[in-house]
Unconditional design. Structure first.
Length: 285
């Protein structure tokens, strides 16, 4: 059976969250973009997307995000870029069940955009190679290519130079502080460290490194600090991406759920398994 044959117009397509197991800023390019090193880990929790064909060639959203004009929504832009790339005249209505927070550092918008590229390339039969889909995704954001590629990855550059990594089957407790952290605000902060010595992909091991953005986010957003401090009582806690979400790793689901059960009132969180690959890894070439 074809690997993609179970995915149809009736399917719900997953858009998983990612965690940055470490994130170092190792330099800065002449154009101002920061040079990073990180490991992306997909987890079994995220948004879900459904697609309905539109014979008029339009790209619309069933439920636009509050405060986000549909024209600037990454999912709409992704679908239109695929139309432009292929000359496809088909349209689509996109319905997103949103679970991942905005400004959370979990890659929600990027993951949604990647799922649109993967799903519509399959449903429209446009046949764009995965590598080209990654290039299209990079035009939408630095985190989109890793979701399109589909492998947990050691990433460099602005996050687009990817090397697949094998990661152990662990569980995570992820907490969602009730704040949105603008990525640009963190990266422009004068206190951000930008000279962490690079590490080689072959030398990195789970547990190594930290998050250079965390100190800035903690200083600017007390809720991030509060959630980190609570979670650190049960293991090594760190922030994902530019925040606000924080996480800790556990060997078993039971251990993770025991911690989540202790979560104080007013804090929000969830438990998820670390995935071996993106759920849509089988789609595309």
């Amino acid at each position: 059976m074809n690997a993609g044959s179970r995915w149809t117009w009736d399917s719900a397509y997953p858009a998983p969250a990612k965690l940055n197991l470490f994130l170092h800023v190792v330099g800065r390019r002449d154009d101002g973009y920061h040079l990073l090193q990180t490991v992306f880990r997909f987890v079994g929790y995220g948004d879900s997307l459904r697609f309905s064909p539109d014979g008029d060639g339009r790209v619309t959203l069933a439920r636009p995000l509050p405060g986000v004009p549909p024209e600037s929504d990454l999912t709409v832009r992704a679908a239109r870029l695929l139309q432009e790339e292929t000359g496809c005249r088909d349209g689509v209505r996109i319905d997103i069940e949103k679970r991942l927070p905005l400004g959370g550092g979990l890659g929600g918008g990027s993951s949604d955009a990647a799922t649109v590229l993967l799903a519509l390339n399959h449903l429209w039969g446009t046949g764009v190679p995965r590598r080209r889909l990654q290039e299209i995704g990079l035009a939408l954001g630095a985190d989109v290519p890793v979701f399109v590629a589909g492998d947990n990855a050691f990433a460099e550059g602005v996050g687009e130079a990817l090397r697949p990594v094998d990661l152990p089957p662990v569980w995570y407790v992820v907490l969602e502080p009730p704040v949105q952290v603008p990525t640009a605000l963190i990266f422009k902060d004068a206190g951000l460290r930008r000279d962490t010595p690079p590490v080689s992909a072959s030398a990195w091991r789970p547990g190594c490194g930290g998050n250079d953005l965390q100190a800035v986010a903690v200083r600017l957003f007390p809720e991030v600090a509060r959630h980190l401090d609570w979670l650190a009582r049960f293991g090594e806690a760190r922030m994902s991406g530019s925040g606000a979400c924080v996480f800790a790793e556990f060997a078993t689901e039971d251990a993770a759920r025991e911690v989540l059960a202790r979560l104080p009132g007013g804090m929000r969180g969830w438990v998820a398994a670390g995935l071996g690959a993106h759920p849509l890894r089988a789609l595309g070439g």
